[in-house]
Ligand binder design. Structure first.
Ligand SMILES: NC(=O)c1ccc[n+]([C@@H]2O[C@H](COP(=O)([O-])OP(=O)(O)OC[C@H]3O[C@@H](n4cnc5c(N)ncnc54)[C@H](O)[C@@H]3O)[C@@H](O)[C@H]2O)c1
Ligand SMILES: C[C@@H](O)[C@H]1CC[C@H]2[C@@H]3CC[C@H]4CC(=O)CC[C@]4(C)[C@H]3CC[C@]12C
Length: 258
């Protein structure tokens, strides 16, 4: 069976794999026979989560650190001799308006910078180093060597009040998708980005229940929060469809945030 027609045996690196959408991706990929490197912060549940799964190892790193990501990729090569799939799930959110007139305070610049650094720079840091490994892979019959999946958000297009930093960071990830595909297509590496709507994860749980209920009511169909495995299923679909490249895919039940 040609490589990438199933997840079986593929060496996959999932950032943010200790929680939420990343964790669901690690679970689905390991169940489908992939060998998975779970990358997350040292302070995360990464070690515990990896131990609960077959063919999964935890390699701690802050995705914004060039040195730490380089070490994760080195260790991936040492343990698995290659890297086939990268799924970038690691990310943070913040709720902050551009200007709080009540406090006469503008959006803190360091907060804006932090969100862009983790979500956008961190995602690119993973990609720029993973490509080096993928480009060394033996190509399959279709000359394919690797697949990269990024996580943006519907906020990239329907950013709400208080989400200027988050929306900017996610719009940048969506904006990177096509130029990345153009840059690394010559190595046989495909790039796609998923824009999730509202999914039932610890990140969303930071919202008050009333706000979660209000957001859920704006999902057209099915009118419920997304299940993290539905995100993971989209990751599997992207890996297994060799003609899907350079695309940004909304996965949101037709939600358009107001
Ligand atoms: N949950 C949603 O409704 C939703 C919707 C759209 C997009 N997203 C995006 O999906 C991704 C996953 O979100 P989630 O809901 O699973 O969140 P989550 O908080 O459950 O998981 C995020 C994971 O990323 C890790 N992480 C954060 N900063 C990191 C860093 N610097 N280095 C390494 N790991 C880091 C965290 O430790 C955590 O394990 C995020 O990028 C988020 O913006 C989530
Ligand atoms: C579509 C999703 O990416 C966003 C929709 C609502 C956002 C949340 C809004 C409240 C924020 C509170 C906070 O300080 C942390 C981040 C948020 C939970 C934020 C995360 C992204 C979503 C879920």
């Amino acid at each position: 069976m040609s490589k990438f027609t199933s997840l079986k045996g593929l060496v996959s690196l999932v950032s943010g794999g200790a929680s939420g959408l990343g964790r669901a991706t690690v679970e689905r990929f390991t169940k489908q026979g992939a060998r998975v490197v779970l990358c997350d912060l040292p302070s995360s549940d990464g070690e515990k989560v990896a131990k609960q799964m077959d063919n999964c190892m935890f390699l701690p790193a802050d995705i914004t650190s060039e040195k730490e990501v380089k070490e994760v990729l080195r260790a991936t090569m040492e343990n698995y001799k290659c890297l086939d799939v990268l799924v970038n799930c690691a990310g943070i959110g913040v709720a902050r308006k551009t200007y709080s007139i009540q406090k006469n305070l503008p959006h803190p610049l360091d907060e804006f910078e932090r969100v862009l650094k983790v979500n956008t720079l961190g995602t690119f840091n993973m990609i720029r180093q993973a490509v080096i490994l993928m480009a060394q892979n033996e190509p399959n019959e279709d000359k394919a060597r690797g697949v990269i999946i990024n996580t943006s958000s519907v906020a990239a297009f329907d950013g709400q009040m208080g989400q200027v930093a988050y929306a900017a960071s996610k719009a940048a990830i969506a904006g990177m998708t096509l130029p990345l595909a153009r840059d690394i297509g010559e190595f046989g590496i495909r790039v796609c980005t998923i824009c999730p709507g509202v999914f039932d994860t610890p990140l969303l749980a930071a919202l008050p229940q009333k706000a979660i209920d209000a957001l859920t009511k704006t999902v057209v169909f099915p009118q419920r929060l997304g299940k993290p495995d539905e995100f993971a299923q989209m990751c599997q679909t992207i890996v297994e469809n060799p003609y899907l490249n350079g695309e940004t895919i909304r996965l949101d039940g037709a939600l358009r945030m107001v």
